[in-house]
Design a protein around this ligand. Structure first.
Ligand SMILES: N[C@@H](CCC(=O)N[C@@H](CS)C(=O)NCC(=O)O)C(=O)O
Length: 199
């Protein structure tokens, strides 16, 4: 299997976490967005949006969109339960992340920590934080009642962990969310956890 990623992509980090959790071997092709690596005709055939991650499977098929990749890799494993009610809840959290959480967390992190424009774009950061804080409050409420987002650790946790754990880099005050902080520590203590930048 080949994972197309970038050095600091949280969406690709999700896929590496699952692969490491499962102990699966894979090759990593680390691209450079600034050089247009994801906008070539060959790459756009795999990812019409020209984004990472993309996974190329051993049968030659490819898949974009991190939750879809997680779901395919986790099929028939404990990380993607088959019970329709439980599986539905796992999907619910993954859609929540894509629709409501990803941009409010990822864009401030990009502006502040990666582009170094936190001061000049403070208003924009605040606009995204105003969207993100209520979503983090929903997560915190759930995690105050449960060790993991659904029942046991699943691809729901893997999908929500990277950008939540990096939210402070976008100047989010994560002290407001003690249950999220405890969950982050819980995820990081599991076998196979790897940091964003691996040695
Ligand atoms: N919904 C997508 C989002 C992927 C995404 O935003 N990837 C970023 C890097 S983390 C990217 O490739 N950005 C370059 C671009 O949008 O042109 C997913 O979950 O995989």
């Amino acid at each position: 299997m080949i994972l197309f990623d970038t050095l600091r992509s949280g969406n690709a980090w999700k896929v590496r976490l699952l692969l490491r959790n499962l102990g699966l071997a894979f090759e990593r092709k680390t691209l450079d967005l600034a050089k247009g690596d994801t906008k070539t005709p060959e790459y756009l055939a795999m990812s019409p949006r020209g984004q990472v991650p993309v996974m190329q499977f051993d049968d030659g098929t490819t898949l974009a969109q991190s939750p879809a990749i997680l779901a395919r890799i986790a099929e028939d494993t404990e990380y993607f339960p088959t019970d329709p009610v439980v599986r539905g809840k796992v999907m619910e959290w993954m859609f929540f992340e894509q629709c409501d959480l990803l941009k409010p967390l990822a864009i401030p992190r990009f502006i502040v920590a990666l582009a170094g424009q936190g001061e000049e774009k403070a208003d924009l950061v605040k606009q995204f934080q105003d969207q993100g804080y209520p979503m983090l409050a929903l997560m915190d409420k759930r995690l105050a009642a449960s060790d993991f987002l659904v029942d046991d650790y699943s691809i729901a946790d893997i999908n929500l962990y990277p950008y939540t754990s990096m939210a402070h880099l976008g100047n989010y005050d994560m002290d407001r969310f003690p249950a999220i902080q405890a969950w982050i520590k819980r995820v990081e203590s599991l076998p196979g956890w790897v940091p964003l930048i691996e040695d």
